[in-house]
Design a protein around this ligand. Structure first.
Ligand SMILES: *Cc1c(COP(=O)(O)O)cnc(C)c1O
Length: 391
């Protein structure tokens, strides 16, 4: 049973480097000193990645708590543990992942106010400031950095600054941006930030982690109403014993160490973001030349993933499009929006501009095979690549 190699143009799980996959070959005893050292090393490296500068990480007030499971487990552990039981949380929603934070908080019975921007429009800092000024009972703010639903980048820097200036705590789902787009804890006053191994760090799926201010972690004892997702308990147990509380995803941690070494060798988050921007530029220029338009304006777009409008053509069906691309070795994502039909293409993972050039040629081929003519005339020139610091 051999599956031919495919490129995953998806936002996690994604294509990984051979070195990362090779690290999966070893078995680890979870009680072994070597595995404790592996966990300690990976957690330390994750804090370094947050700062993009090892020396700053060592003197910092940020701790890393790893969590078994997919990324959502880490987000749920962060919110369920760091948000006090009597808190009132403003959740900023412009896609499925913001809506998931809302749902998590509602399931655990926290008071929630939602600013819902619809399918993709980013929340405006002015509106958030007005909401906080109008309701002093709001104690916490939760938001997503890159909303992977659409590929939009939300203004975390501006909103965290104004929330902190008003004495509010802020939690960020940085799942699909961490490792490429930095929210340096010295500049951005978040209380907690959740991410996972299998997005821009290019590890394999099976674990997430929460970076948090030590003071907030210390104050979170007894907040959680879940045993397995109790971040405080996981943190203090790790500090005391060097071990995870329950069966750790040993192979996944080993693969993450290898992936983090590749991240460092590439030049850290800035270099990784630059590669994703090159991928993104090839993708968007190539598909626009075929008449496929991105959903959101370029200035709001992250280099992580792009939503394209499905061609408005009777012969186009996402399923046929997906299958024909799959046959050619490319895996894409369906759209996740409520109002328009889209498909999504990720620029992250062990992918390079040449891969995206090959992908664009495959799309051209498939549109021809399906008999879908260019749905809209391509505009004059491709727009410039985004920079990772926008907006
Ligand atoms: C991938 C992702 C998650 C986590 O999803 P899982 O399927 O639980 O790994 C959460 N938030 C964002 C923004 C994501 O991109």
């Amino acid at each position: 049973m051999h599956t031919p190699p495919r490129l995953l143009l998806t936002p996690g799980p994604l294509s990984t480097a051979p070195e990362t996959r090779r690290a999966l070959a070893d078995d680890w005893g979870s009680w072994d000193d070597a595995f404790r050292e592996l966990t300690r090393h990976v957690c330390q490296r994750l804090v370094e990645v947050a700062f993009d500068e090892p020396s700053a990480a060592h003197a910092s007030d940020i701790a890393c708590v790893p969590m078994q499971g997919s990324g959502t487990f880490a987000v749920e552990a962060m919110l369920g543990s760091l948000v006090p039981r009597g808190a009132h949380v403003l959740v900023l929603v412009n896609g499925a992942y913001g809506a998931r934070m809302q749902r998590i908080l509602q399931v655990m019975g926290r008071q929630v106010t939602v600013l819902d921007q619809g399918d993709w429009e980013p929340p405006s800092p002015e509106r958030v400031a007005a909401l906080l000024d109008a309701d002093s009972s709001i104690s916490d703010v939760a938001m997503v950095h890159c909303e992977t639903t659409s590929g939009v980048l939300n203004p975390v820097e501006a909103i965290a600054a104004l929330a902190a200036a008003r004495g509010r705590r802020i939690y960020v789902d940085a799942m699909s941006s961490f490792g490429a787009l930095t929210l340096d804890p010295r500049r951005v006053p978040w209380t907690g930030l959740a991410a996972s191994a299998n997005k821009c760090l290019e590890g394999v799926p099976g674990m997430g982690f929460v970076l948090a201010r030590r003071g907030a972690l210390e104050a979170s004892r007894g907040n959680a109403s879940s045993l397995s997702l109790d971040l405080h308990d996981q943190w203090t147990y790790l500090e005391r014993t060097g071990q995870w509380r329950f069966t750790p995803p040993t192979h996944v941690v080993a693969a993450l160490r290898a992936a983090l070494a590749l991240h460092q060798a590439e030049g850290g988050s800035a270099a990784r973001a630059a590669r994703y921007c090159r991928n993104h530029a090839v993708l968007v220029a190539g598909l626009r030349a075929l008449g496929l338009e991105p959903l959101v304006p370029e200035r709001l777009q992250s280099p992580i993933i792009v939503s394209f409008l499905c061609p408005d053509h009777p012969r186009f069906s996402f399923d046929a499009f997906y299958r024909a691309l799959h046959t050619r070795g490319f895996v894409i994502y369906p759209g996740k929006l409520t109002r328009v039909d889209t498909f999504r293409v990720g620029c992250i993972g062990h992918l390079f501009p040449d891969d995206l050039h090959r992908f664009v040629r495959a799309v051209a081929d498939v549109l021809g095979e399906l008999g879908v003519a260019a749905p809209t005339p391509p505009r004059a020139a491709p727009r410039p690549a985004v920079s990772p610091s926008t907006p």
